[in-house]
Design a protein around this ligand. Structure first.
Ligand SMILES: NC(=O)c1ccc[n+]([C@@H]2O[C@H](COP(=O)([O-])OP(=O)(O)OC[C@H]3O[C@@H](n4cnc5c(N)ncnc54)[C@H](O)[C@@H]3O)[C@@H](O)[C@H]2O)c1
Length: 286
């Protein structure tokens, strides 16, 4: 979509990290920007920041896992700006657990935000974008949507699903000669608040166990955060890639090539029918 100026963009999970940077980048391109999020105080700060920069922005409290909340948001956006032509379905929560240890509440939370959030967003906004005959949808998956890594099972499952939805929608729209574009954002490690996703976990989906981290887990987390601070991409770098992909109707958005060997190894094992490489190469070397 070449002409972004004065059009409206919605970004879910827009109060922080990749979503907030994408909002800023699209506002810089002249778009009216709607940031949607569950974390209201930081959402308000983000909207105020955009306002101070002279951009047209609005914040909406929306829980993407809840279709009624999504529909309510659509009404609010229509009143203020009309239908959004760019929709970034980006809200997501990070969650680490083995498949054996993940509880039904863990699954409900992660699938609710990361997968239903995308499905609810598509069902709410895609029909009008198609009617307008022009627009762009960005779905945020992850490199974990291409490789399966131990202890990231529920998260990875949602991100694989998002890749499939994005690929399918892209092909369907091309088959219809539609001018609506699709991008699938697959970040590697980006320095955001994703590692603190539990801050937004609804009370009814908390586990009752109250498990404390072990000393070993605590040290692992420290080492990981140190690695992140030194090596992860900045959200603004990812936002620039998103902006370029929307402008040039580019489907894949990979943020780096660090994990591409893992993707290739998985694909060759599918083609050859041989066992997956085991142990799986770690995502990072701590
Ligand atoms: N940071 C990374 O390294 C990384 C890597 C791969 C993929 N991703 C994906 O990028 C996306 C953005 O994450 P981020 O890294 O910027 O993290 P972040 O925590 O900084 O931002 C995520 C935002 O989503 C919001 N959110 C959480 N639950 C929500 C809900 N139910 N409804 C609406 N908003 C909700 C949070 O409040 C937060 O503002 C996610 O989909 C994530 O899975 C991130």
């Amino acid at each position: 979509m070449k002409e972004l100026n004065r059009e409206t963009a919605l970004i879910t999970g827009g109060a922080s990290g990749i979503g907030l940077s994408t909002g800023k980048r699209l506002a810089e391109a002249g778009m009216n920007v709607v940031l949607a999020d569950v974390e209201v105080p930081v959402l308000n700060e983000a909207v105020a920041e955009l306002g101070e920069l002279g951009y047209k922005a609005m914040g909406i409290h929306c829980d993407v896992s809840d279709m009624a909340s999504m529909e309510e948001m659509k009404n609010q956006i229509e009143k203020e700006f009309g239908n959004p032509k760019v929709v970034c379905l980006n809200a997501g929560v990070g969650f680490g657990s083995s498949i054996s240890e993940a509880t039904i509440r863990d699954w409900e939370w992660v699938v609710g935000v990361n997968l239903w959030g995308v499905v609810n967003g598509l069902c709410t906004f895609l029909p009008d974008i198609k009617k307008m005959g022009e627009g762009h949808i960005v779905m945020t998956s992850s490199i974990a949507g291409h490789i399966s890594v131990p202890n990231l099972g529920p998260y990875s499952a949602t991100k694989f699903a998002v890749v499939s939805i994005a690929e399918t929608l892209r092909q369907e729209l091309l088959a219809e000669n539609s001018k609506v574009g699709v991008s699938c954002l697959c970040p590697g490690f980006v320095s955001t608040n994703i590692w603190d996703s539990e801050r937004n976990r609804p009370e009814n989906l908390l586990n009752n166990s109250g498990d404390e981290s072990t000393d070993e887990e605590f040290l692992q987390r420290e080492a990981f955060m140190e690695w992140m601070n030194a090596n992860a991409k900045q959200p603004s770098e990812v936002a620039e890639l998103v902006y370029q992909a929307i402008s040039n109707n580019k489907f894949w958005i990979f943020t780096d090539d660090q994990h591409l060997n893992g993707v290739k190894a998985r694909h060759s094992s599918i083609v050859s029918g041989e066992e997956l490489p085991w142990p799986a190469p770690p995502l990072i070397d701590l």
